[in-house]
Design a protein around this ligand. Structure first.
Ligand SMILES: Nc1ncnc2c1ncn2[C@@H]1O[C@H](COP(=O)(O)OP(=O)(O)OP(=O)(O)O)[C@@H](O)[C@H]1O
Length: 255
């Protein structure tokens, strides 16, 4: 593994009972890349993401983050590894009973020795980084729009200044304007903070606007990897239908 490989997935096999979801998945992401993982519904994108971040143990295979093996690490090693990456789950997963600032500060409360007031101050900075105004800090999650909730979750994922960010369907549930604004934010953060990003998405606009490389999962394996233009050339029914659906929308009901 070269020094600038931040994510290395080797020969992952995942079985749930008799169902084989992954049958030897290997892929890697280099420092500074913004990479999308795509594939049909049920191809195991979210499961693979959970395996990468140490939440779900694969049946076989290895995951290395920053050169450290996720699945042979001790709980203490995994805990320190977890401080080097941020995760944004599909639903944002905010704590509903505490305000926005406390939500964002939670990783700082848990992983640092900073005083509470300092954690809350840092949370304000992260909220600004995620494009939220200071008055959002005292709001409760249920007072926010879907787009704002995503930004709070992003601010929380950035709380510990991670080098690597995992995002599961970051634009799902957002209207097109908020979705594009969120895409833009992710790219800006990647460019300005040097973040490496791996995201799971169905959103073709995201692929076309902010992604350096796409990895396609199909039938339990990596079907291909490359720029959007490169993967468009792959002869695969699902991929062709995926791109055709977009072309149809742009042409106006496919005419
Ligand atoms: N804990 C689990 N136990 C059993 N089966 C599971 C579990 N988690 C996921 N699966 C199954 O694994 C398959 C892959 O799920 P996953 O959520 O990774 O798909 P996905 O590619 O992210 O799909 P989508 O694009 O629809 O979100 C599905 O068939 C799902 O039902």
């Amino acid at each position: 593994m070269s020094d600038d490989t931040l994510i290395a997935v080797e020969n992952i096999v995942t079985r749930f009972g008799v169902n084989t979801i992954h049958d030897g998945v290997s892929m890697s992401v280099r420092r500074g890349e913004v990479v999308a993982l795509i594939g049909g519904s049920g191809t195991g994108k979210s499961v693979l993401l959970k395996e990468m971040i140490g939440l779900l143990r694969p049946t076989a295979g290895q995951v290395q983050l920053f050169g450290e093996s996720v699945w042979t690490s001790s709980e203490a090693e995994l805990r320190s590894l977890r401080q080097r990456f941020g995760v944004l789950f599909q639903d944002g997963a905010l704590f509903s009973s505490i305000n926005v600032a406390r939500n964002v500060a939670t990783p700082l409360f848990e992983h640092t020795d900073l005083a509470q007031a300092d954690c809350l101050q840092l949370a304000q900075l992260k909220l600004a980084l995620a494009g939220l105004s200071p008055d959002a800090a005292t709001k409760m999650p249920n007072e926010l729009s879907g787009g704002m909730r995503k930004r709070v979750a992003l601010a929380r994922a950035l709380a510990l200044d991670p080098e690597l960010l995992f995002l599961d369907e970051p634009t799902s549930g957002l209207d097109p304007i908020s979705a594009r604004a969120f895409d833009h934010l992710i790219r800006t953060l990647a460019d300005n903070l040097g973040l490496t990003v791996l995201l799971v998405t169905h959103d073709l606009d995201t692929l076309l606007s902010i992604i350096d490389r796409v990895i396609v999962l199909s039938n339990g394996k990596v079907l291909g990897s490359g720029t959007v233009a490169e993967i468009k050339q792959i002869d695969d029914d699902w991929l062709q239908a995926y791109f055709a659906a977009r072309a149809n929308t742009e042409d106006g009901n496919g005419k």
